[in-house]
Design a binder for this molecule. Structure first.
Ligand code: T3D
Length: 233
């Protein structure tokens, strides 16, 4: 088992902690594959009622480990997306339980977009978000072009992605990119209270709520109403 993801299960809460603090938890292949495995493990384990994704140390996640992409012997862009980020985002969206993301520090590139793909994202008030991709000549990935315009509208998504401006946690909460910015001094306690609260709630109904919201992106109101009825019965 890789140490790049710390997996801990306590009272129904599976905490998945990105653990490469020296690189601000940037994703290398080992950590990406370990996160996919951890998400699948949490999805299958009936003892898990809520998943908490967070980072070790000062940062949440600086996105792709740039040392790995610039390594001539490293894998290429296509493999990085199809084998790392796309499966991570799909595993989060398909996980039939709430996935809370607690952003403990800076979230950049894929790190920011993975945070936006989670069900409820909260952040320490001192945390910051930046798309970062445009600064290094890349287009945003990890589902950012799907989630961000849905969260904040096209204008804001476009500007955030083109300019890669830094967004404070408070500004992110104000415009609806995340659910809440929590004062640093209250952060640990508030995150714990949130996940413990979710763990005591009806997991199956929460999972079905997530499924309904996932499906609402692709279907008509009439179909959605029918689906709500099917799920309620
Ligand atoms: O195939 C593909 O690559 C496609 C997929 C792309 C997905 C992506 O995520 S692309 C975007 C990649 N990420 C970035 O471009 C962000 C790069 N990092 C930064 O802009 C800044 O480091 C931060 C805004 C995240 C934080 O800034 P700051 O000033 O608080 O910290 P710092 O001093 O820049 O970084 C702290 C350490 O983390 C430093 O290490 P050192 O010098 O103390 O040993 C730095 O090198 C390391 N670090 C930060 N980001 C990365 C990283 N190491 C490897 N990869 C990183 N992305």
């Amino acid at each position: 088992m890789s140490t790049t993801i710390q997996y801990d299960l306590h009272k129904g809460v599976a905490t998945l902690q990105l653990n490469r603090p020296k690189t601000y938890n940037a994703f290398n292949r080992e950590m990406a594959l370990a996160l996919i495995a951890a998400l699948h493990k949490a999805a299958k384990d009936d003892a898990v009622r809520v998943v908490l994704l967070t980072g070790m140390g000062k940062a949440f996640c600086a996105g792709q480990d740039l040392r790995e992409v610039t390594d001539d012997n490293g894998i290429g862009f296509e493999q990085i997306l199809t084998e790392h980020y796309n499966p991570i985002v799909m595993a989060i969206r398909e996980l039939p339980k709430p996935v809370v993301c607690a952003v403990n520090g800076v979230a950049a590139g894929a790190g920011a977009n993975i945070a936006f793909a989670c069900d409820i994202t909260v952040a320490k008030a001192s945390a910051k978000f930046t798309q970062a991709f445009s600064k290094i000549g890349l287009v945003p990935d990890s589902g950012g072009t799907f989630f961000l315009p849905r969260l904040v509208g096209m204008q804001r998504a476009m500007a955030l992605m083109m300019l890669s401006d830094t967004l404070t946690a408070e500004a992110a909460a104000e415009i609806g990119v995340i659910y809440q910015a929590i004062p640093d001094e209250d952060y640990d306690e508030a995150v714990l209270a949130l996940v413990q609260r979710l763990a005591k709630m009806p997991t199956r109904a929460l999972g079905m709520t997530k499924d309904l919201l996932n499906q609402s992106w692709n279907i008509s109101l009439e179909e959605q109403l029918a689906l709500e009825g099917d799920f309620q019965l």
